[in-house]
Design a binder for this molecule. Structure first.
Ligand SMILES: NCCCC(=O)N[C@@H](Cc1c[nH]cn1)C(=O)O
Ligand SMILES: [Zn+2]
Ligand SMILES: [Zn+2]
Length: 485
């Protein structure tokens, strides 16, 4: 049946769902207007910054018209490595209701997007939301404009029906997530005892299901420690006919260094790196068994011939609960076509380690640095090596017994008639850990998008079904939170 056995007020819920169904074209139209704003935070150019400011103003206005108290916080400006300075779009802090007898749920989302260019292989204009077979294609449709609007739509349904909101609602919406949430941590720190003081629960909807049709709740993300290792002989390149044979070549050193990090089975070779990884329990193995994942389909849709592991459980565990090391690139390498006979004078290798509980960022930094120094010293090279950790993002894991996990499960049962997949995410949502550490409140990730939505990719989309049922999910979630709080 549509309603589960516990006692949500079915008449109200039915009215809200009906409203959402009836107004779905308006919700799609608003998404279309938001996608049309080219709010790219990655390319640091004035035109996109203007678009970002416009995006935040449109969102602030939408929230104001819903009756929210809205503050647009000035975030100052961003100093770029080339000396340029660009303004940072404001962060929106908004509040609806402050009834002390109700729980307060805070929703975090972002309205900036990854770059998109039709020439890169988009089948439609990325900034014109285009519906084909129930799929709404456009940059930001799923990451993250659609989910932010689903939350707003859910609020607007209660408003339009002149129903009291079941919970107090706060919004924190930023415009620099895709550029690393510039200056956001300072703001969260500053607002800890103000905006966040009355917040009981935090919801983020900025990742995907692992299925096309089965909803999920996400209770953990990996962290990331990003490294550069520079090897330098001099600041100019050499001719390999004139110098080849008599030099310690920086590229040879770097390739050996990068080659010492991980073996062909994906095992990280940095001594001690696995020491603090949480031991696997019997109970945990069972949670992986419960997740449905069609490995064949996953492999085919990823267009990968063979993964490092053969079972669903091993694959998911190596994505979510074990660290991984990826080598990303080499600055200064000769990477163009052709056969230039160059010896690069200095090169910078880039790699990162995805971190899991209970790995510690600064311990990892020391282990990696020591390992590379050790490998380098054995080469007796006369070059200079410098190792730096340029990003240290902590892993995050939640307590799945928190109230809002139960509320989210119940809301999913009501809307989708199924139990959610309880999943983690192999990538990093730094704000989740920041909220947990700074605000000390329970954080849940409730994704709305399907596994094939293509975040950051060409032809990003959100299914109309996910967007509209997702709106219902948030409405049902408000009511469940009210009941459980
Ligand atoms: N599904 C949400 C993914 C969000 C994302 O892609 N985050 C980045 C953040 C990051 C980590 N290191 C540098 N940036 C990611 O790569 O995980
Ligand atoms: Zn996102
Ligand atoms: Zn993104």
């Amino acid at each position: 049946g549509m309603f589960s056995s516990h006692s949500l007020p079915p008449a109200l819920l039915e009215k809200v769902f009906q409203y959402i169904d009836l107004h779905q074209d308006e919700f799609v139209q608003t998404l279309k207007e938001w996608v049309a704003i080219e709010s790219d935070s990655v390319q640091p150019v004035p035109r996109f910054r203007q678009e970002l400011f416009r995006m935040m103003a449109v969102a602030a206005d939408t929230l104001q018209r819903l009756g929210a108290r809205v503050t647009s916080v000035d975030m100052g400006s961003q100093q770029l490595p080339d000396g340029q300075s660009l303004p940072i779009p404001p962060v929106i802090l908004a509040e609806l209701g402050n009834d002390p007898t109700k729980g307060t749920v805070c929703f975090y989302g972002h309205l900036d997007v990854q770059p998109a260019d039709q020439g890169d292989g988009w089948l439609t204009d990325p900034y014109v939301l285009t519906e084909v077979d129930g799929k709404l294609y456009g940059r930001g449709a799923t990451d993250n404009k659609g989910p932010v609007l689903a939350w707003i739509n859910a609020v607007s349904a209660f408003r339009a029906l002149e129903q009291d909101l079941p919970v107090n609602i706060k919004f924190i919406i930023e415009g620099m997530e895709e550029a690393g949430s510039v200056a956001l941590e300072e703001l969260v720190e500053k607002e800890k005892n103000r905006f966040f003081s009355g917040v009981d629960y935090i919801v983020i909807s900025d990742n995907l299901w692992i299925s096309q049709r089965k909803p999920a709740i996400t209770y953990g993300t990996r962290g990331n420690s990003y490294f550069t290792v520079e090897v330098k002989c001099r600041d100019q390149d050499f001719h390999s006919g004139t110098f080849g044979g008599i030099l310690h070549e920086p590229m040879a050193d770097l390739v050996a260094l990068l080659g010492s990090l991980v073996d062909s089975s994906g095992h990280i070779l940095v001594p001690g790196i696995y020491d603090e990884v949480a031991p696997l329990t019997e109970e945990e193995i069972n949670t992986y068994k419960a997740i449905h994942l069609d490995l064949e389909e996953y492999r085919n849709s990823s267009r990968v011939e063979k993964f490092l592991f053969d079972t669903k459980e091993e694959i998911l565990m190596h994505l979510w609960r074990y660290p991984s090391l990826s080598i990303h690139g080499i600055e200064g390498a000769f990477d163009e076509p052709g056969a230039k006979t160059v010896i690069p004078g200095q090169v910078i290798g880039k790699f990162s380690i995805r971190l899991v509980p209970h790995m510690n960022v600064s311990v990892v930094e020391k282990q990696v640095t020591r390992h590379l120094e050790d490998v380098f010293s054995k080469r007796n090279s006369s070059n200079k090596m410098v190792v730096s950790m340029t990003l240290g993002l902590h892993p995050w894991i939640a307590n799945v017994n928190d109230t809002q996990y139960l509320a989210a499960k119940r809301a999913i049962r009501t809307v989708f008639g199924t139990e959610p997949d309880m999943i983690r995410d192999g990538s990093t949502i730094p704000i989740a850990k920041m909220f947990q550490e700074i605000v000390h409140k329970s954080v849940v990730l409730i994704p709305l998008g399907a596994v094939d939505d293509g975040e950051h990719s060409q032809n990003e989309k959100i299914n109309r079904w996910n967007y509209i049922e997702g709106t219902k999910l948030f409405a049902a979630f408000f009511l469940e939170m009210a009941q459980l709080h």
